[in-house]
Design a protein around this ligand. Structure first.
Ligand code: PAF
Length: 295
């Protein structure tokens, strides 16, 4: 694996890579979810580039930027073992030099869900992802379904700004008890880690009701709330049933694909998770096409 830190070195190394190039952008603290993105990128491309950059502009002032887990040498080992071709590890000042002024705002789809609780988050995500697309010029970029709204925001940006690339979405990778893999799971103390499976249990309860014919979004939200409320360590931020393409909250029963999503604080960790309904969308690679799709 070739590791580059400087932008000029990146440009040279990128142009030496053969064929179709897949990009897996990360903030490090790698887990099995990242490995699955790399695996899919390798299966579909001639070369794979990954990035490790804890992007300060996507963290709010009260958020965990300074504590965000990091272990660069272990992350590089993981990418080396996975057979990644090139890893870009820029420092903060080469990405945001003094005097930096340009940011990308993706409007409607950034407003609800995570956007309502994390002001400026998607402005930071869109900005860094656009910069990485410009610097690396991949043919396809890979993101996890766990950050479903991020996928919708990035797809919107790619359409609006005419980036010549595809966005691929990979299924959420879960622990045996259903907890979605996340770098932030490292913040959970042992009892909190056990409690954290409640997110997946809440999604499953609503999915079972949906499979049984329940289409009323208010009822589906209530089912998730009830499961979450039974877990004393869980503090709910939001529970949502939204149109999977637009992310607008569903008010009436609908047969359109729905995105169930939730954000819950447990101890120091703020956890998010989601599920696409009908469940067949999760199994047949439906997330690839549905999230953020133009109607
Ligand atoms: O999903 C993430 O890890 C980050 O939001 C991303 C896409 C690497 C941008 O910093």
């Amino acid at each position: 694996v070739q590791v580059v830190e400087a932008i000029e070195a990146l440009r040279i190394a990128r142009h030496q890579l053969p064929g179709r190039v897949g990009l897996v952008p990360t903030m490090g603290a790698l887990h099995a979810g990242h490995r699955s993105l790399v695996k899919q990128a390798q299966a579909e491309n001639d070369s794979v580039i990954t990035t490790i950059f804890v992007n300060p502009t996507q963290f709010g002032p009260e958020e965990d930027l300074s504590n965000y887990p990091h272990d660069l040498s272990s992350d590089l080992d993981i990418f080396r073992d996975a057979g990644v071709d090139l890893v870009f590890v820029p420092d903060r000042f080469s990405i945001y030099p003094p005097g930096y002024q340009t940011y990308i705002e993706v409007e409607d789809v950034s407003q609800g869900l995570e956007g309502a609780y994390r002001e400026g988050h998607f402005r930071g995500v869109a900005t860094i992802v656009a910069k990485l697309f410009n610097l690396i010029q991949p043919d396809v970029a890979y993101f996890g379904q766990k950050d479903a709204q991020q996928v919708v925001v990035i797809r919107q940006m790619v359409r609006d700004l005419n980036f010549p690339l595809d966005i691929a979405v990979c299924p959420t990778v879960r622990e045996p008890d259903g907890l979605a893999m996340s770098s932030r799971n490292a913040y959970l103390k042992p009892a909190e880690r056990i409690a954290a499976s409640v997110l997946h249990r809440a999604l499953n309860a609503a999915a079972s009701a949906y499979e049984g014919g329940q289409r009323n979004p208010k009822m589906l939200r209530e089912i998730m709330h009830d499961v979450l409320q039974a877990e004393s360590l869980a503090r709910v931020e939001y529970v949502s049933v939204a149109d999977a393409k637009t992310l607008r909250e569903l008010e009436a029963s609908s047969e359109e694909p729905a995105l169930l999503s939730l954000a819950v604080r447990i101890g120091e960790a703020r956890l998010i998770d989601n599920m696409l309904l009908p469940l067949s969308l999760n199994e047949l690679g439906g997330a690839t096409t549905v999230l953020g799709q133009v109607s």
